[in-house]
Design a protein around this ligand. Sequence first.
Ligand code: HEC
Ligand code: HEC
Length: 286
Amino acid sequence: MSRKLILAAATAAVVSVGGALVASADPVDEELVIDGEIPMVIRTKAPEGHPFDEVLSGWLFRTPETRSLEEDTFTNPGMLYVERGEEIWNTVEGEAGKSCASCHGDAAETMAGVAAAYPKWDADAERPINVELQIDKCRENNMKAEPYKFDAPEQRALTTFLKHQSLGKPVQVDLSQGDMQSWWDQGKEVYYTRTGQLNLSCASCHEENNGKYIRADHLSQGNVNGFPTYRLKQGNMVLLHSRFRGCIRDTRAEFPAPFSDELMALEVYTTWRGTGLSVETPAVRQ
Ligand code: HEC
Ligand code: HEC
């Protein structure tokens, strides 16, 4: 082969995202069944209007070691947060002298499948709310307790616990409620807007380059069905808005506040992009 041809072949396999060299690899073709009992939808036909034919869970892009940690609730480090969340569910707090369980009883029954439909329209706030904000709403209005500080360990644990009650259920946001459609529009705009010194959008990485490697990371479609996720790198549960902020920070841009309009809109839009994938919480990621 001539030197020119070798170079051309090399550039075909290696493209550049923000200056970082990336090589390509297909996601694995595997099934995910939690504890050999709960089959998970990790690839499914994309909703109408989606840029892809098929939506894929981030699990398919992880290493065999990381994938196997999620397969078994006994080895999944995120399950400790589910247990902690259950304790909080049953703990009385606030001036009303109530716990979550005082009103909602056994979460396995009353909360089954509930979190798979978030974010949802909140008529009182006249904006979409996610599970974290629904928890705060009940704490303030129904328990007379303080809302959680963003990223408080209790917020991570209780959100993980609530999402886990929907394990295996397909993600489905209802865009017909309230003004959800305009939040979807706004989220889509954020998704495709290039920002930061590196001039990248979410789509630059998760749409145009998924399947490629950026540093040691195999880029996924950036779906949100596993959140909060347990990140091995951090040794901790990571809330979705922390992940958004991390990705935005990586483009060297200013990042918006958690639960800001910008990030809520992004949550509505990215959740829709993963329509039909199973809730995997707590997913395990690198
Ligand atoms: C005093 C009773 C009361 C307490 C205590 C309470 N809630 Fe609620 N909760 C409600 C009511 C009433 C609603 C429905 C109206 C609303 O959304 O505020 C609700 C709604 C919810 C929903 C939404 C259900 C759905 O179908 O979308 C979730 C999730 C939830 N609560 C979680 C919690 C959690 C977690 C706690 C503890 C931090 C808690 N609640 C404490 C009364 C309570
Ligand atoms: C410079 C490339 C880059 C950009 C730009 C970027 N991300 Fe990411 N993102 C990554 C990498 C790398 C990971 C970790 C590997 C993976 O899961 O794709 C990741 C992971 C994620 C995940 C977790 C996926 C999972 O399965 O747990 C979500 C969600 C996500 N990104 C959303 C976004 C959103 C929304 C934006 C735009 C605000 C964005 N990303 C912008 C590189 C990027």
